[in-house]
Design a protein. Structure first.
Length: 66
């Protein structure tokens, strides 16, 4: 018979997951309503491409279109 895998996580793995979760939580950005409006209006002006605008603002194109 094969031994059953342990359902509990090792303390080291649990600690590592907690660190990663904290890093993600700290790096998540929240845009204000004014920032969102400014970005969309810049895109509608058409002076730069949407790709360039998204690179400049540091957002994904899918986020812009959403």
């Amino acid at each position: 018979m094969k031994p059953k895998p342990s359902l509990r996580k090792s303390p080291a793995k649990a600690a590592a997951e907690a660190v990663v979760k904290d890093i993600r939580r700290q790096t998540r950005r929240h845009f204000s309503a004014e920032d969102k409006i400014r970005i969309v209006l810049d895109g509608l002006r058409g002076e730069d491409s949407i790709a360039e605008l998204c690179r400049r603002e540091g957002i994904a194109q899918s986020l812009y279109y959403t």
